[in-house]
Design a protein around this ligand. Sequence first.
Ligand code: NAD
Length: 492
Amino acid sequence: MTEKRALFIIFGGSGDLAQRKLYPALYGLYYQGRLAKHFAVIGTARRPWTDDHYHDVIKQSLVGAPGSAHQKAEFADHFYYQSHDVTDAAHYVTLRDLAAKLDQQYALDGNRVFYMAMAPRFFATIAEHVKSEKLLSDKGFNRLIVEKPFGRDFASAKQLNDDISQAFTENQIYRIDHYLGKEMVQDIMPLRFANPLFEHVWSKDFIDNIQITLAEDIGVEERAGYYETAGALRDMVQNHIFQIIAMLTMEKPVKYDAPSIHAAKRAVLADIKPYTPAQVHANFVRGQYVGGDNVGLSYREEDNIASDSTVETYVAGRVDIANDRWQGVPIYLRTGKKLAEKQSRIDIVFKPTENNILPTAGDTSVGSDVLTLIIEPETGMHLTLNGKAIGVSDAVSPFTLDHALDQDELAKAPEAYQRLMLNILEGNKLTFTHWQELAASWHFIDAIRTVWDNDGADGLAFYNSGTMGPREADELLARDNRQWVWQGPAAD
Ligand code: NAD
């Protein structure tokens, strides 16, 4: 295992993301020996912390991580804190000098990772100052890491992209979508392209429909302020669900590398045409949770939420892909808060046999084969097939092959952020999103958003917390003579 060399400059070093995700991720790499002597981290934020206090914060963020206190202290010694207002040019000069000093001290070969762990409104000014105050290294690599949300519509996303592109090339920009770091999302490619069994049936000829569910059982919690400006469509559909759709439906990339995969994703996303207002009404449903006994507050009663808010906490929809492979295969998606159970899953429903000669228990139809990928909280897959019922009956009856990823292996596997950090150090952009993928998904989302913003409260469906969402989401499939494979915890 080769040791990586780099200086990390984390803007927002005192924040929640840095403490909960980034420091444990870096430590994970250190614990594995992928980071050793030749790395350093500058954390910058507004608070006037000392290095000593910063080290305590780092160690605190590692409580529960493996390794000795000594090991954690040695790791924390690589961290430097710089009190910094990102809008003030003078601070970048101090930062540049510290970066140059650490580069020498730790022999970092001029490799720099700029991590924007702050509110997006600061990204443009950071990129501008990084360039103008010459923080970019002229040897080694410069990589910029950008968190979601990447814009709130196409126009703002493009503005943001133009701004950061003043200082960084597309190749140097790593846009995070942490769903791409999840084990089962990463399993989509091997499943599709290393198994002829699936590869040859992955089209409209054999697949009836695809269902993507990202269900949460929690409400908005402490993210109310952000959520009121976003809603489920922006928060989950534009990014995570569209990335999953792209992974599921792209053509086979020419090679297993980032440029080929991005090209394949881009091509399929371009075949998802934005809806007209009438199509939005016909194909998308939005909902908002209401509370009650034992299920907590209604969305509109939560702190920092407007009492007449029309922000959606639930979205369901049908997406169609206008190309040869997928023409006529609906992709149904749904995501929401305060649902009956937390579960992220993909159900690929195959077409049933057309000419059934076998006896069946009820009517004459045989059920569809279904391939289910469970992304979380469990991790694994199920394949539901048809077999003979046990005993004297010859009737066809469904059974399921289950594959749960090995829990011990899984416990040893890195967290999504650790994998993303490693990919960043390796210059591997496979698990990051390309600007053109985002642009395509924003065009689709904007068309829906515009209609919903005009409609206001009209068409907003309320659903009870602890259920599977509004009945309109079931009707969306019933209209097509289909139903959700996953009906919720009770019926599963
Ligand atoms: P946070 O509010 O906890 O932290 C923000 C950081 O920015 C703090 O360190 C603060 O001191 C610093 N900051 C604010 N204004 C500053 C200024 N003018 N100059 C210098 N520093 C300043 O936010 P967070 O939850 O850590 O989120 C950071 C980013 O990551 C956001 O873009 C968020 O959308 C994204 N994100 C966060 C999470 C998460 O789990 N927290 C998950 C996904 C994405």
